[in-house]
Design a protein around this ligand. Structure first.
Ligand SMILES: [Zn+2]
Ligand SMILES: [Zn+2]
Length: 155
């Protein structure tokens, strides 16, 4: 993290979750440690145009950065991570005596971070990807490129 400034002040607020008294709270109103444990991140710029719901024209939506609820491989302890479109394999280099080992993907090792918009009127949900250019097009990632024809994006 960036340069830390030591402040001793009676205004220091405890983290509402763990009750620790960090030098400051994160954007989420909790301490750095709790924000990391909960995989909380500031909202990136929106990918969705500011249009009403495509189904019912309602104008109030809920934007969500969904998270995966999973467990740390090999330990069974719970873990939460941002949801990605794809995940790569985990390849562990072997030693002189053993070959490479291929394991299930690490939930932190994804590409194409997802976000969703949920209509508060009808519940219709739209998905967007923050960084589609980072998603590999490869059967290894269960992806394929689909062209819908024409000369460019439809307007
Ligand atoms: Zn905390
Ligand atoms: Zn709707």
């Amino acid at each position: 993290m960036g340069a830390s400034s030591v402040t001793f002040c009676c205004m220091r607020k405890p983290c509402p979750l763990c009750q620790a008294e960090p030098p400051g709270l994160t954007f989420a109103g909790v301490c750095e440690s709790c924000a990391t444990t909960l995989a909380l991140e500031p909202m990136p710029p929106s990918k969705r145009p500011p249009l009403p719901c495509h189904r019912c024209k309602h104008r109030e939506l809920i934007r969500v950065l969904p998270r995966e609820l999973t467990s740390v491989p090999g330990t069974g302890s719970r873990e939460v991570a941002p949801m990605f479109a794809v995940y790569g394999p985990t390849v562990i280099e072997g030693s002189f005596f053993s070959g490479r080992e291929v394991n299930a993907p690490d939930p932190q090792n994804g590409a194409g971070k997802m976000e969703m918009y949920i209509c508060r009127g009808c519940g219709f949900t739209e998905w967007y990807c923050q960084d589609p250019s980072e998603i590999p097009i490869d059967p290894l990632y269960s992806t394929e490129a689909v062209s819908v024809g024409g000369d460019g994006p439809l307007r």
